[in-house]
Design a protein around this ligand. Structure first.
Ligand SMILES: C[S@@+](CC[C@H](N)C(=O)[O-])C[C@H]1O[C@@H](n2cnc3c(N)ncnc32)[C@H](O)[C@@H]1O
Length: 258
């Protein structure tokens, strides 16, 4: 399986930032966390979710952890207040002591963990007894990825973008099993569906191909097939009468108590 790298915070933020923000808002509404909590944001990436937590949850502190130094640089450049810190680290060996945080969240990350069970066990280890371990991930197998119209046609043309290591981990039943195996209690789940508006199809396409992994996969598509692929995606994306392209995406969310 090809490795999926997140090496450019700016292009990731353009392609995924608004999706990440709107699904993050829905998730936080549902979670309804108390103020003054110590948070760990596992796989914080460019800091899109971290900044939502800072803006809307009145946290005591937030530690964002991610293996990508480029993403962390972008997150640090957001100018968040000092209560938000960013450190390099991997979900499967978090650089923190046991029982440190009131809440551990992995926003759009569980399917990127090579071993989701180990990652969620680590999140539980880092959380104080009674604290929350929560996540949401795009429903990849259920067609919930924001650019699924493009992804599915690239796959059927024989040029799929590299898949994340654990796409099945985002399935609601898999999530439940992972949370149960990590010893988490009072588990709650829900699906979160969001929409993003692109001015027109060109805007959608340009935005999608800022993703280095979509761009790399498309570079291998022969020119004649590329025109067909683009036309198929254009015919498939949902539109409004004014030409705006308005695709939907769905993430599966879960929370349990340590
Ligand atoms: C889709 S992005 C999500 C970023 C951010 N949480 C958000 O909501 O926008 C996935 C992130 O997971 C990170 N990631 C990949 N493998 C990881 C691992 N083993 N442990 C922690 N983070 C990982 C990537 O570097 C990337 O920043």
């Amino acid at each position: 399986m090809a490795e999926v790298r997140f090496s450019d915070g700016a292009s990731y933020d353009l392609m995924m930032g608004p999706w990440s923000r709107s699904v993050g808002e829905l998730f936080l509404d549902w979670l309804d966390p108390a103020a003054d909590l110590d948070w760990i944001d596992v796989g914080c990436g460019s800091g899109a979710f971290t900044s939502l937590v800072v803006e809307t949850c009145a946290p005591a502190s937030v530690l964002g952890v991610d293996p990508s130094h480029a993403q962390l640089d972008f997150a640090r450049g957001r100018g968040l207040p000092p209560l938000a810190r960013f450190e390099p680290g991997d979900a499967t060996s978090l650089p923190v002591a046991d029982r440190t945080f009131d809440i551990a969240v992995a926003a759009l990350v569980v399917h990127f963990m090579p071993d989701p069970a180990a990652g969620v066990r680590e999140m539980a280890r880092a959380t104080k007894p009674g604290g929350l371990v929560a996540a949401y991930s795009w429903d990849l197998l259920g067609g919930g990825f924001p650019y699924d119209d493009l992804y599915s046609r690239m796959a059927s043309s024989g040029y799929p973008p590299p898949a994340p290591p654990s796409p099945a981990a985002a399935d609601p039943r898999e999530l439940r099993q992972t949370w149960e195996l990590a010893g988490l209690a009072d588990i709650r789940q829900r699906a979160l569906t969001v929409t993003r508006q692109f001015v027109d199809f060109d805007d959608y396409w340009r935005t999608a191909v800022t993703s280095p992994r979509i761009a790399a996969a498309l570079q291998r598509v022969p020119e004649a097939l590329m025109a067909i692929l683009r036309a198929e995606v254009e015919a498939a994306v949902p539109r409004r009468p004014d030409g705006a392209v308005v695709p939907k995406a769905t993430a599966n969310a879960i929370v349990g108590r340590a």
